[in-house]
Design a protein around this ligand. Structure first.
Ligand SMILES: [Zn+2]
Length: 312
């Protein structure tokens, strides 16, 4: 009996050390070495394989962008503008990185459907989303998306379409169906929790109505302006007929996620490539950490069985 207890204590200690190592690795970002289970950012650039492995236990970082533009001298003075704006050169590098490293870029809709219907997604999935419908999404981002054949989802504020600095309905129509999907970002971009139920309903329903009549397709999701929501907002989004809602922050989207509070990973202006890589590998690292702990659990169970069967 004593020997069993001692062996169990040792095994539990080994498992604990392994899971601690996994946690340390996750915080440390993508480039890391973990004994036999190495997961590093591949140095050699590879093209995405056509038959990528899929999993129903996916972890997808859904990247959230705003403006893709070079800043004017005046804009450069504003911390908010610097934070909102990724340069076209950086965006090009980032999108190319996804393609070169075998990531499968998805529309937000595909991620929503996988969560709702329990569908499989490629193991190395990622999605690009852009909020607010800035003009540069068409002028700067769209040519880059086309160059690499990468899809993206734009969350539009319907009242600002066709206004200065924003997409026109013609831009929206032109990109529609050419790798770009759309969602609602409400009518006015007000913080929804601050509004009356009547106003919340208007923001959610009117934006959806306008988008659906312009695009002649179902608009399935809403991104809450400034990521702000409360229980009423979620309930009204469901009642307005949306199938999904997007917030900000919260890591990669995983099965079982609350579908009206799907998380996104923000890409800020001035982020380094290392920052970006850490964000896009966060999903793959979740899968690898999960595999590690399952492997350790199985190993532990096998050892315990062996000890017990040893007749101790
Ligand atoms: Zn916004």
């Amino acid at each position: 009996m004593k020997r069993t207890a001692l062996v169990l204590v040792i095994l539990v200690a080994i498992a604990g050390a392994a899971s601690l190592r996994a946690v340390v690795g996750r915080d440390g970002g993508a480039p890391k070495s973990n004994g036999a289970m190495t997961r590093t950012i591949p140095k050699a650039e590879t093209t995405a394989a056509p038959n990528v492995p899929k999993t129903s236990r996916f972890a997808v970082p859904v990247l959230m962008y705003h403006r893709i533009s070079d800043l004017s001298d005046k804009e450069r003075l504003s911390p908010l503008m610097r934070d909102l704006t990724v340069s076209p050169a950086d965006f090009d590098r980032q999108v190319r990185y996804l393609v070169d490293n075998g990531f499968a870029p998805l529309l937000a809709r595909e991620v929503e459907e996988a969560v709702i219907n329990g569908r499989k997604l490629p193991e190395k999935s990622v999605a690009i989303t852009m909020d607010d419908g800035y003009k540069d999404n068409f002028d700067q981002a769209f040519p880059i998306l086309q160059k690499y054949r990468v899809p993206a989802t734009i969350f539009l504020v319907t009242n600002t379409v066709d206004t200065a600095g924003h997409l026109s309905w013609d831009d929206v129509a032109l990109m529609h169906g050419r790798q770009v999907g759309y969602g609602s970002h409400t009518v006015h971009h007000y913080d929804l929790p601050d509004l009356s139920i009547f106003q919340i309903d208007y923001e959610l329903r009117e934006s959806r109505r306008v988008l659906e009549s312009r695009l002649v397709e179902t608009i399935s999701s809403v991104a809450y302006p400034s990521g702000r929501y409360n229980q009423t907002v979620v309930e009204r989004a469901r009642a307005a007929g949306y199938l999904a809602g997007w917030k900000k922050g919260g890591g990669p989207v995983q099965p079982g996620a609350e579908v009206y509070l799907l998380p996104r990973v923000r890409v800020n202006g001035g982020s380094t490539m290392a920052d970006f890589q850490r964000k896009v590998w966060s999903g793959a690292n979740v899968l690898a950490d999960r595999r590690d702990s399952e492997f350790m659990r199985m190993k532990l169970a096998r050892k315990i069985r062996q000890v017990r069967e040893g007749g101790v």
